[in-house]
Design a protein around this ligand. Sequence first.
Ligand code: SF4
Length: 234
Amino acid sequence: MRSIISFAREDIKLPRKEILRSQGIPDESELSENFERVYTEAIEYFQELAEPKGIMNEITTSVFEGVFRGEGLNENENPVEDIYRKSSYLVLFAVTVGHILSEKVTELFNTGYYADGYMLDSVSSYAADQLVELAAQNMQLELAGREPAAASLRVLGYSPGYCGWHISGQKKLFEVLHPEEIGITLNESCLMSPIKSVSGVLIGGPAEIHEFVNSYPFCHACRTKSCLKRMRSL
Ligand code: SF4
């Protein structure tokens, strides 16, 4: 299965509470008039400028072993390796909110509109993460259509640069997936362009394979602890 997806903007949920929380604003806080404007305009920029799309390619475990090994810089023990080895299906993916929106974020910062840039950065990052969830739902539906027993499997996305999978893993992932086909490129530092893009692997399997204790040595330095939210969603 190799596919290119154009996501509908209206399918990307941007809950106000979550966006403001990512800005460090506690729930139920009253915003100043100016901050309310900054928030509203960021949502409007998203609605106007986002071009959300993605590319997905199913691969075998043996091919993924090479992708995951990458440049050989992964942490010796990491959750991704434990999870993919127990999985039933693996799909490489890359998703993006597109060049125009990503460039707007840069433009706002470069022209001194820091609050506006920071808010649009939060909205775009949140939207990019939502695209990973939509891609996972897409894979889950595809698997269920192919094999009814697969309907009970859970699909979650994992990316280089997180949870012990070294960022240099992007190189091998790009070699196999070719996200250039939808305009996503990789530079020497393994950063993607457009900047608001996410790549990685969607891992499908019984829900319990995605559960683990986040006590790896590198977890101390992790600010998001996003694995907890993902495990709660299972
Ligand atoms: S705490 Fe952070 S680094 Fe550790 S597994 Fe969870 S998300 Fe990954």
